[in-house]
Design a protein around this ligand. Structure first.
Ligand code: NDP
Length: 285
């Protein structure tokens, strides 16, 4: 072996060891970094989970769909259910204009309860999704006059279409979603004005009739679907300061929604077919 060759082999070996040591150090560094990263990531994940609201970290309290949720009692209900950990599907006739609803950050869907194609389109978008609670809230006061003689009977179609047939349309279309759910509740926002016994001063013939019809529909559906575990109720929300009565009323929309929330979230099979007010008090038919 020439001297030169000896020098080259020695250099190579020395170099090899240096590279080996370098590779070993790099390996150690990579392994330690990975271990550290894993620990840091786990710690981060745990601390992140601790600060995420329970509605995201775990199952929500359920899914609630509220019609006419862009203002009044519907908006207050959307707020109340959202704050209480429910997944809220809030409907509005004109979602683009539902500014207050958008500010809540809930899911918004277009729905006009008088328009079958709008109702069916909603059902299609929700196909396969369980809806635990359906709140048929959308309603109008409709045509009214001081005397019966002045009443334009042809104008009463609209109030029946919104207040009585609207809830029927929505309930029929979303029946598969309700049956798929755990809670299976339908809360129809009616009114004490639909009660015969409480009609002690007349007036508002269309509105009264439309809510009385809703009460009757509710009872009939409670009979047919009670066997499948569905619970149907009609609820009087109180006399509430909203647009429907030009801001008159005894209570605010959020006071009404808070009471309605307590009633609706505690409903069980024994309540099927019943009529309550927003405090859970039984209402006379
Ligand atoms: P508001 O007038 O404030 O709100 C009515 C809601 O219904 C709005 O979101 C409105 O939408 C919606 N709506 C009307 N027509 C339709 C339709 N064709 N399709 C879908 N949505 C529609 O009234 P309230 O919040 O006071 O009323 C809510 C419910 O409570 C009604 O059923 C009402 O009869 C009932 N009620 C109210 C009482 C009260 O004192 N306020 C007392 C007893 C019962 P849009 O903005 O597009 O018009």
């Amino acid at each position: 072996m020439s001297f030169l060759r000896f020098i080259l082999i020695t250099l190579k070996l020395a170099h090899g060891r240096t590279i080996g040591a370098f590779v070993a150090s790099v390996n150690t560094l990579v392994v330690s970094t990975l271990a550290l990263s894993t620990l840091t990531f786990s710690a981060l994940a745990i601390s992140t989970l601790a600060i995420i609201p329970s509605s995201f970290a775990a199952d929500t309290a359920g899914t609630v769909l509220i019609t006419g949720a862009n203002r009044g009692i519907g908006l207050a209900l959307a707020k109340q259910f959202h704050q209480s950990g429910y997944d809220v599907i809030a409907t509005a006739r004109k979602p683009a204009k539902a500014v207050d609803l958008k500010a809540l950050g809930v899911r918004i869907e277009q729905l006009d309860v008088t328009d079958s194609s709008s109702v069916n389109a909603l059902a299609k978008r929700l196909d396969g999704k369980a809806v635990d609670i359906l709140i048929n809230n959308a309603g109008i006061f409709g045509h009214n006059t001081n005397t019966f003689s002045d009443l334009d009977i042809d104008q009463l179609d609209t109030v029946y279409n919104v207040n009585s047939l609207g809830p029927l349309r929505v309930t029929q279309a979303l029946l598969p979603n309700l049956i798929k759910s755990k809670q299976k509740r339908v809360a129809n926002i009616s009114s004490m004005m639909g009660s015969m016994e409480l009609n002690t001063w007349g007036c508002c013939i269309g509105y009264r009739g439309s809510k009385a019809a809703l009460n009757s529909f509710n009872k009939t559906l409670s009979m047919e679907f009670g066997k499948q575990g569905l619970v149907f109720v009609v609820l009087h929300p109180g006399y509430v300061q909203t647009d429907i009565n030009k801001g008159k009323g005894d209570i605010t929309a959020s006071e009404s929604a808070s009471g309605l929330f307590d009633v609706i979230s505690k409903l069980d099979s024994e309540d099927n077919g019943k009529f309550y007010d927003f405090n859970g008090k039984s209402m006379p038919w």
